[in-house]
Design a protein around this ligand. Structure first.
Ligand code: SF4
Ligand code: SF4
Length: 381
């Protein structure tokens, strides 16, 4: 039995419902591991008999509490994630048996040291680059270390068979997600990008025993069958840069309400993060390491394969303009934005807009003005 968080009554209805869904999963004996990043090998968590749950902060909630400990200048995603945990406002953190973290950016890895006082945290040491052979060896070692941590935490054995099953399952989910994202390749897209991303994000919060792949496939079929009367020839936008979950309303929803279609994410919220499968043959730890090391995040140096992805995604999704979201305090994406701009404007010949923002509503008006001018620019091109 679990007691309710002390401030449960202050949760909104959605949060209460999430809490109860996870509560039921726990009653059925499910263990839970909190995660914060696309580099987290969720297959290991499934193979340990647990479920992963994404804990990234996605709103202003928790930021005030976080700022009593963390610097105000830190990225809002880190502050919101830590603040939600610190203030007991996150049902997913509340139910997590432990946290599988990673050394990506400096702010996150130092925050995890503080989070370790709240829950057991295991940190995967992510190599800073992919080009040296030793990077793959070291990352394979991290896969083994994470598996040992889970085995100790839950007193279970991660057999190769369980790990293989988890790899096959996660590959099925990824293929289904890629097909979902690809619905927006059609011009005009039969469904708004906001809606597609809402479905995709909900996948991180699947706590029942229903077949998740079947659910995604059904939604994909339904989306494909839709006809959008209002679509016209709206400009099509790819969003790149930092994760966008915390700015969905003020950037993505408003972009679409103002007349453009959000058709693709070249960030951790889109097909780019899902397209790599894990090799289902051979050493599963090596296969996991190979797959996760391919993710193109600005924390990697160099990170030129991110631009190869961009060069592919722009024609594939018939993109008319690129928006880069840079969260305040995110140095790696802020610096890398210079190269993104050059690739988009000089190589691909498309309009580029960089939005430096956070999770607050303070810059809503300014963002709308810039989105409006950007839509006009794409329409005139
Ligand atoms: S942007 Fe980078 S650090 Fe952030 S979740 Fe994605 S892979 Fe992890
Ligand atoms: S957006 Fe940037 S600073 Fe924030 S957690 Fe991700 S990599 Fe770190």
């Amino acid at each position: 039995m679990f007691s309710l968080p002390k401030n449960f009554e202050t949760f909104d209805e959605k949060r209460k419902a999430s809490f109860m869904a996870l509560h039921e999963a726990r009653q059925r004996g499910k263990k839970v591991i909190g995660t914060f990043c696309s580099y987290t090998p969720t297959e290991l968590i499934y193979a340990a008999g647990a479920i992963p749950v994404g804990l990234c902060g996605k709103s202003e909630q928790g930021i005030a509490e976080a700022e009593t400990v963390l610097p105000r200048t830190l990225c809002p995603l880190i502050k919101a994630s830590y603040g939600m945990a610190l203030s007991d406002q996150c049902p997913y953190f509340f139910f997590s048996d432990g946290i599988m973290a990673e050394t990506t950016c400096d702010g996150k890895k130092k925050m995890y040291e503080l989070m370790n006082a709240l829950k057991p945290v295991h940190v995967l040491n992510l190599p800073q680059g992919r080009d040296q052979a030793m990077a793959l060896d070291s990352w394979t070692g991290e896969m083994h270390a994470a598996a040992h941590w889970l085995e100790d935490l839950f007193d279970v054995k991660i057999t190769d068979e369980k790990l293989h099953d988890a790899i096959v399952y996660r590959n099925r989910v990824r293929r289904a997600l890629v097909a979902l994202y690809e619905v927006a390749k059609t011009r005009p897209s039969p469904v708004s990008g906001y809606e597609i991303s809402t479905v995709a994000e909900s996948v991180d919060f699947h706590f029942t025993d229903d077949d998740l792949v079947e659910k995604i496939e059904k939604i994909t079929r339904d989306f494909k069958a839709r006809v959008r009367e209002d679509a016209g020839n709206r400009p099509r936008v790819l969003i790149t840069g930092c994760p966008t979950a915390g700015v969905r309303e003020k950037v993505i929803r408003r972009l679409e309400e103002m007349g453009a279609d959000y058709v693709c994410a070249d960030n951790c919220s889109g097909p780019r993060a899902q397209k790599f499968m894990v090799d289902e043959t051979g050493d599963p730890y090596r296969a996991l390491a190979e797959r996760y090391l391919k993710i193109n995040c600005s924390v990697m140096t160099p990170n030129t394969s991110r631009f190869d992805d961009l060069r592919r995604l722009v024609p594939d999704y018939q993109v008319d303009g690129v928006i880069e979201v840079v969260l305040h305090g995110c140095h790696t994406f802020a610096v890398e934005a210079w190269n993104t701009m050059k690739v988009v404007q000089e190589e691909l010949g498309l309009p580029y807009l960089r939005l430096d923002t956070d999770f607050s509503k303070a810059d809503q008006g300014q963002i709308e003005t810039r989105l409006g001018a950007f839509i006009e620019m794409m329409t005139a091109a």
